[in-house]
Design a protein around this ligand. Sequence first.
Ligand code: SF4
Length: 427
Amino acid sequence: MIDFQKLRLDGVYRQNDADQLMLRVKAPAGVLSAPQAEAVCSIAELFSNGRLHLTCRGSIELHWLTVDQLPEIFRRLAAVGLTTRGACGGAVRGISCSTSGRPGFGVAQRVARQLHRHFAGNPHFEGLPKKFKIGVEAGYAGARHLIQDLGIVHTGTGSEDERFDVWCAGGLGREPQAAFLLKQAVTAAELLPLAEAVVRVYARHAPAGKRLKFVVRDLGEARVRELIEAAVAPTALPQQSLAGALTVDTGLHLCLPVFAGEIDAAQLRRIALVAAAHGDSTLALTADQDLLLFFTDPAVLERARGELTTHGLLPATAGSVVTCRVCPGSHECRMGLAPTRDVARRLTATLGPQGQALTWAVSGCPNSCSQPQLADVGVVTSKLVKEEDGNRTPRFDLYRRSGEGLGEAVDSGLTLDQLLTEVARLG
Ligand code: SF4
């Protein structure tokens, strides 16, 4: 008898009652080397359906796997330095970095990779009450620090070293909660002990199945601050390193849109080949589920653009793609209440020029994995309703974001037709 609950720490979720599985691969800071991308493509072709899902947190998901395939898949991933450990279940999840390509991305990557090395597979930080999400950002663009259990934002270089703001106890799901600012002007050397302290406080004080935001709700922000302060261990040798960024920092990059984060292994392989031949041999998985390639020479970038356009991997017209984050929904997720990709296709086909200029996100259940509260317009599938003919059909909540906080529901319980009518009104 397989204990699917235990498999979660290895990044495995049961996808359906037929015991088919989803495996989530961590890519620290959302960056893969070209050989790592090639290894993941081979695994998708050999063991899955040849498709890959890029998540908003810079991880890669493979679906339709079976338990007997896992040892060989883990072996192949380890051979290229990748792990799935802690990608699901009660652990420090993959360290995300949504600000790929922006100034400071190299610094954010270094920190994200250091945290990844420290937490991934570390038994002191496994068996947590629920997931613990860390995001390291190169700045405040996108506001993703608000939805992390620990959000680290690079704010620039102080007199001697890099400085960071640290945010705490954010999260989405059924009860979205924006993070609070825990500390400012934190040095790189202070980050790791502080991150450890926050995870320890979470592990000690959260009831099973609850995120850090519930501890803050129970004990109050002031008490949580005290607990964290008391849990910070003094370090004999503060960690500091210039090593760790995979991408070049020239500001030259190409963004390849990937609808709903769904990509064929053959397409990803070709992109990895272009990255290896013309770029810095890396690919960044962006927070909008697209791919970013990095270059050192403008002429070579143009050559790569031509090659990618010829292969249909880059649209010929810049700006012709709507930004819409989409979770797997009922296509592949056990929790999904709606076929999110179909909904997103119909939704984006409805949009006029004004709507196309907005950012969109569609989630297949209230867990909000596509971060709908951070899009200009977010759609959350809230429930299934039994119709007169006995069929169960989804209902949707519509979110709008205007200020600096999380988006808020402006409409709820819409049928798909009602949702499309509301969306069409946005222009
Ligand atoms: S939002 Fe719900 S349906 Fe979508 S991936 Fe997350 S858990 Fe699955």
